[in-house]
Structure formats: structure tokens, C-alpha cells
Ligand binder design. Sequence first.
Ligand SMILES: [Zn+2]
Length: 315
Amino acid sequence: MNARQLRTLLGRRGRDVVLRGRHTGEVALGRAAAAWSDRRGGTLPPPPAPGCTGGVLTVVAHPDDDLFFINPDLANDLQAGVCTTTVYVTSGDAGQRNAYHRARERGIAAAYAAMAGAPDVWARARVTVAGRVLTEATLTGVPSVRLFFLRLPDGGMDGSGWPRSARTSLRQLVQGQVPVLWTVDSPAQAYGAEDLLAVLSGVMTHVRPTGIRTLDGERGHADGDHSDHHTVAQLTAAASARWDASVPVAGYVGYPSAELPANVDGRELADKAATVEVYARFDRLLHLDPVQDTVSPEAAWLARRYRTVDVPTSR
Ligand SMILES: [Zn+2]
């Protein structure tokens, strides 16, 4: 997103946004099915938990960015009982068939349940935010833990996309190279850049976080990070400025963190690795043994966490 596009987007104030529940007819795959239950009926989703407002909203590109790049911060929040909502802007499909991204969703849910110390049982609903239908998963045992999946296509490292998504990407969307991006699920939904900002700021309106976490949007696209990481960070910053510019936004360095000195160790490193291990059982493209592997980028990410600012978890 260039400066002019960003100013244009920021200049438009968000319209009122309504979240409303809708039964989903989707069926989770394989072993995932037992852990999901569809929430039926109702016009409004319940609040995150009795008295639960504030807390932290995390917006990432793919289901595992939070585990590699934001943890241990996220796990520490979950263990402290902080209200926690995470939005996954892309499905992380990596050009694969739908079974792959659905497995990733199950994996990230299992990882959150493990971090929260709760059974891996989730209520899932389809909710409408700013005219787009999102999948919402709420951890049954700790309903202050929620995940939202937008299922836009993974744009690939350099933003050149994948054949299954007609080689489109988030980066192309915000740079104005494509007018819309289509979700990978069915029925497919089209998102323009403005739609995406409205959805993100709509989630912020609903969650009312006291702090927002996302990926790194400061470095340029040529720094070796995934194109979706930078773009999601830019969109999140723009959406939060539209919603409430006083709420701090922390950016976390993605892939290039591997080049920085290690700064996560001891119990936090062990817990971070254990959480990735839970997730990795569902992600067939992630070949990582968190204990044995000391040379891959993934292993390097485990021992690093670089953020721009601390965010308050309450106020
Ligand atoms: Zn990622």
C-alpha cells in the first residue's frame, strides 16, 4: 500500500458494523470434526465472556504466525486469563486444496486450547462483519478465547499468488493491482481493500481491545519476509487508526527474526516449542521437530520474539 492509498483508505470513516450469528453448514474434516460444534440460531453472538472486554486482539496472516512470531506473549496472556481474540486474514492455503487450510485451522485451535489449558473443544459459527461472513471459533471451556478466519488466499512469499487463486494476493489488492480478492472457501466472497479494512475495524469495534498485535509493517517487501505478513500489518495499522488511533499496535518481526539474536529461552522457549508441536501435527507441510531441529528457520523463530512496542492487556 503506498502512502496515497493509505491516506485514501484512512480518510474514509468506518460505517457501523453489526456482528450477527449464522449457522454454518460446514463440516470439519476427519479427526477435526469431533472438536467442532456448530452454534445454531441466535441473532447476536454472546460477548466473549461475562465481563470480558478489552484484552488483546491479534491480527496475523496465517494460522501459525502467532505461534512462531508473537509467542511467548500470546501464551503468557492466555495463561493470565486475558481476553484473547485472533484474526487470521488468509487461510494459509499455500496453493493447496481446501483440506490443507482446514487442517491448519484445526491445528491452530488445538494449539490455543493447549495454551489456555482447556479441552480442545470449540463452538463454531459464521458471523457477518461489515457485510462479509467470517468463521468464528470460541473455545468452549474458556469463551474469552476466540478465533476469526477470513480465508483469503495465501499470496505466496513475493505476493505473486498461487494458481488456484488466479495468482492474486493481498499485496496486489492493497497496491491496487487487482480490484478484489476472493476467499478460498465456498461460497467464495470478494473483498476489496476497503471491504477488508471495514471488516478489520468492525472486529475491533466488537472486541474493543486495549492492545493490538500484528506482524511487521515497517520493513520493506524486500526484507525476506512473507508478502502477506507485511500487508496484513499495514492493513491492521490502517484499520486500528480508523477505529481508535489511541490503542497501541505492536508489530512483530516475521521471517527475518531468524537473523536477529536469540531472545527467548528457558521455560518460555520450551512452552513455545511444545505449542508449535501441537499445531504441527495438523500441518503436513511443516516439517519441524522443535526439540531436535536446531538449524531450520522455524527452529530459529522459536528462540526469537521481536516487537515494536508492548501492548497493555487491560486499562
Ligand atoms: Zn506466515
